[in-house]
Design a protein around this ligand. Structure first.
Ligand code: FPP
Length: 314
């Protein structure tokens, strides 16, 4: 692990790092960075100072992911709802994003980090849009870590946008009745080239998902901490990752240690599964359904679930 090589690790960070299991790190970490304003208020400073410190925390999160070999980090930097903030704060934030692209992202390029932005980017000031397009193009092909900035982003809006694209494709005959499934739908989302987040972190004591990656976080582990984002540095990130490693990720299945017996579901005479029996059958059969995948040592992911449910219900 590269982080070990950093001389500035505190003894607590060194200890936390030694407890991390490299084989069960999340592939994709998504963060709702919250609490910049409260951090600044507690120090009698202007909110923008909190945001500036927040940019530093983002830089720390990127470094930790990079050093640990985590392949994707998505940062919720500005929501569609954030457009309701005072104009003065919005324009300072836009300046800050511009600075971030100029200073930090050029460093990202040297370090082989791929940069992307998702959200209604057309609402951003055009110089920012240009910077984003240039950075995305320049960092394409670098695959070690993908850093995605959610800017002017809303999860519901992303889903509605996806549905509108599907309707357009349907009008051109590219999508037909019955062709859609979860995987195909996800291809219409702005994160289509990323795995779903394994871990979502939210700082500042709030326990909400606030319209962030609504489709993609269906099975994510959620980590809420009281730490305000500007204080969320390397140590806090390591604590979040260690907490993640204590989770039993069943993804709708059963604990792998439980022995189960496989029974075949009875086919229905009509070919369709009677809805009224569904809950009873779910209780009887659901644990058994997972067995073939568990035996083969695979994680029961979305693909496993859809193949199981289709073979069972068809
Ligand atoms: C949340 O704090 C922060 C934001 C909505 C602003 C954007 C985030 C940053 C500037 C940090 C990282 C930036 C980049 C470019 C990676 P808040 O203002 O909602 O805080 P509060 O809830 O305490 O008022």
């Amino acid at each position: 692990m590269g982080l070990r090589e950093l001389t500035s690790l505190t003894s607590l960070e060194t200890s936390l790092l030694s407890q991390l299991k490299p084989e069960s790190l999340p592939q994709h970490v998504a963060i709702i960075m919250d609490g910049n304003g409260r951090w600044a208020h507690a120090r009698g400073c202007s909110r923008i100072l909190g945001h500036r410190e927040g940019v530093e925390s983002a830089r720390h999160a990127v470094t930790v992911c990079q050093e640990l070999g985590i392949s994707a980090l998505t940062l919720y930097a500005f929501s569609l709802e954030n457009w309701k903030r005072p104009k003065s704060e919005i324009s300072l934030l836009m300046e800050l994003f511009g600075e971030f692209f100029q200073y930090h992202c050029s460093q990202f390029l040297q370090e082989g980090i791929r940069f992307r932005a998702i959200g209604r980017l057309e609402l951003l000031p055009s110089p920012l849009q240009i910077m984003i397009r240039e950075l995305e193009a320049a960092s394409q092909g670098t695959e070690r870590l993908t850093v995605t900035l959610a800017l002017s982003y809303g999860g519901r809006d992303e889903i509605v946008t996806a549905v509108n694209k599907i309707v357009q494709d349907a009008a051109q005959g590219m999508v037909r009745d019955g062709m859609l499934n979860e995987d195909r739908f996800a291809q219409y989302l702005s994160t289509s080239d990323l795995p779903d987040p394994d871990l979502v972190i939210r700082t500042s004591g709030e326990s909400r998902v606030s319209n962030f990656l609504l489709w993609q976080i269906a099975y994510s582990e959620l980590y809420f901490t009281n730490i305000l984002w500007p204080d969320f540095r390397r140590q806090e990130m390591l604590l979040a990752l260690l907490d993640y490693q204590t989770r039993d990720r069943r993804l709708g299945g059963i604990p792998s240690r439980e022995e189960v017996e496989l029974i075949e579901p009875e086919p229905s005479t009509s070919g369709a599964f009677p809805v009224e029996d569904m809950h009873v059958r779910n209780r009887q059969v659901s644990t058994r359904l997972q067995e073939p995948l568990l035996q083969s040592g695979e994680a029961v992911g979305a693909q496993g679930y859809s193949s199981l449910s289709s073979s069972w219900l068809d």
